[in-house]
Ligand binder design. Structure first.
Ligand code: GZL
Length: 312
């Protein structure tokens, strides 16, 4: 009777009319652009008034944006934290203003009471799956790997490096010979891969490139081709995100494996905020999204077509 009515009215209230600030890192990759469009679409669907701030990959811009949201008195704040450190002061200010903070797709090193919950993939697992795939692909052939790291100090860069090293630890024939950040962008990934190829006498000895995201891998593919080598055969290409263009590369025989990262972090984030703001339910601290390996055996053209409409 009444209880059900009250409960359903609370649930029905949802987040409509709520004001949520979103401090987004930037638009450094296709995946990031997809996360932004999915988040905006989810907010629209739920009737949320989303205040969006693009930080151009600078932490100080994120901190400024969060301070602005606090001053506006928003109901909640979403943050995709560009790096893992330096958040305690501003998140303490949000806590003191009783504004719940939800972290998206990257983690931070800070007391867990400074955020309501974190929605992200298991980035160590992503790296491990990539490493295990490469070990399986090369058998007992010697394989010298070059690594394109994500943004220095970001949780995905730290975790995906650790995971990959775990994944290849059991294979003495597979080793990382060079590793450098490409800051998750295509242009930097191409530039760093050009440097690796030059430093390795033209690249003939490089067996594989492991890239912390597909965008740097797409840049590396161009550098490999410019050097007269065949990506996908002379140099294997394994990366993470599963954006449309890595599937296009697979169709062209130029990429070999990617680990999917869903761009829909907002769905679980808004659900947690709804339960918390409308029912006082405290969500689990870490909401982990699924990861899935894709290779050219998995209908890359179909995967490209399916994702093309998702805002990448
Ligand atoms: C990982 C996410 C990374 C993507 C990149 O969760 O933070 O940031 O893998 C993006 O494409 O730049």
């Amino acid at each position: 009777g009444l209880a059900v009515l009250l409960c359903s009215s609370a649930l029905a209230q949802g987040l409509s009319g709520k004001v949520v600030g979103f401090s987004q890192i930037g638009s450094e990759s296709g995946w990031r652009a997809a996360e932004t469009s999915v988040t905006k679409a989810e907010a629209e669907r739920l009737g949320i008034d989303l205040k969006f701030a693009d930080a151009q990959q600078k932490q100080e811009n994120q901190i400024k944006a969060i301070r602005g949201f606090i001053a506006q008195g928003v109901d909640a704040i979403l943050v995709a934290p560009v790096v893992a450190t330096g958040w305690e002061e501003v998140l303490t200010e949000a806590k003191e203003a009783s504004i719940p903070v939800v972290l998206l797709d990257r983690g931070i090193e800070a007391p867990e009471d400074l955020y309501l919950t974190s929605v992200a993939s298991d980035q160590v697992k992503e790296g491990r799956v990539a490493g295990e795939w490469l070990v399986g692909a090369v058998g007992d052939k010697e394989c010298k790997v070059v690594e394109l790291q994500g943004t220095v100090g970001s949780s995905p860069a730290i975790n995906r490096k650790q995971g990959f090293e775990e994944g290849i630890a059991g294979a003495a024939n597979v080793s990382i010979i060079r590793s450098q950040t490409g800051d998750f962008t295509r242009s930097k990934g191409k530039e760093v891969m050009e440097g690796f190829i030059k430093a390795e006498g033209g690249g003939a000895g490089i067996c594989a490139v492991y890239s912390h995201n597909d965008d740097m891998a797409v840049g590396a593919i161009q550098a490999i081709k410019d050097a007269g080598l065949k990506p996908g055969t002379d140099i294997l290409v394994v990366s993470i995100d599963a954006v449309p263009d890595i599937f296009a590369a697979m169709v062209a025989g130029e990429a070999n494996a990617t680990v999917e990262l869903t761009p829909n972090m907002a769905g679980p984030a808004f659900a947690a905020l709804d339960a918390y703001l409308n029912g006082g339910t405290v969500p689990e601290k870490f909401i982990i999204t699924e990861s899935k390996l894709y290779t050219p055996a998995d209908d890359p053209q179909g995967e490209y077509d399916r994702r093309k409409g998702l805002g990448y």
